[in-house]
Design a binder for this molecule. Structure first.
Ligand SMILES: [Zn+2]
Length: 214
């Protein structure tokens, strides 16, 4: 069966409209409930696409039936989303809401992995003062170049696995720019994957006065 046939087979019994798939689709709404399973372990309950990690709940507005589906399905079938006040959105705005919500889940997962590596480090390295780092990253969403360099060095020393892409660097003040200007090349290489594209451009050509902000 194709994904459209699968979807019709799964959606029609739960809809008031039992025959016309496109009519039945209009009974369903996505109103912002979404979940991160942390691993791609579930199948989409609509099209049966396997290995879904981010689940979006769609609800039938007439009978309250629910399905947990992938974000792709909401977009492919043009399922309507509602805003935070429950207003029905246009197709375009619905797409935007789904992408925004998906990005939110991805960002939250990244932050969680980041905090997890800090917690693992604190469990092993007694000299590591985790609270200052957690406070800083929760406040700014990123670390200074020196903080990040120290962190990565400690992760490696204690053999803690981490993904440098989960970490972000803040380069807003002169203090942070100066840290990068005098940072040894090998340290810079270590934190480079955590930098945004514009931050990397700034590092290569600081004289052009490009803003290193994200
Ligand atoms: Zn699907």
């Amino acid at each position: 069966m194709s994904w459209v046939e699968n979807s019709a087979k799964n959606l029609l019994p739960l809809s008031n409209e039992k025959k016309a798939f496109s009519t039945a689709l209009r009974e369903w709404l996505y109103d912002g409930d979404m979940f991160d399973l942390e691993n791609p372990i579930e199948a989409c309950e609509l099209c049966e696409h396997p290995e879904i990690r981010y689940q979006f709940k769609i609800v039938n507005r007439f009978n309250g039936n629910e399905l947990l589906v992938g974000s792709e399905c909401i977009n492919k079938f043009g399922i309507t989303a509602t805003d935070d006040l429950g207003n029905v959105l246009s197709r375009d705005a619905s797409r935007k809401k789904v992408s925004k919500d998906r990005r939110h889940l991805v960002t939250e997962a990244r932050k969680k992995r980041q905090i997890n590596s800090l917690v693992r480090l604190a469990g092993i390295d007694k000299d590591f003062e985790i609270s200052a780092f957690i406070d800083y990253v929760q406040d700014r969403g990123a670390f200074t170049p020196n903080q990040l360099s120290l962190l990565f060095w400690r992760f490696e020393k204690n053999r803690i696995s981490y993904n440098s892409l989960d970490f972000k660097v803040v380069i807003r003040r002169d203090r942070e720019k100066n840290q990068l200007r005098i940072m040894p090349k090998w340290k810079l290489r270590q934190i480079l994957p955590s930098l945004s594209v514009s931050q990397r451009v700034w590092i290569e050509r600081p004289e052009e006065n490009i803003s290193p902000n994200e």
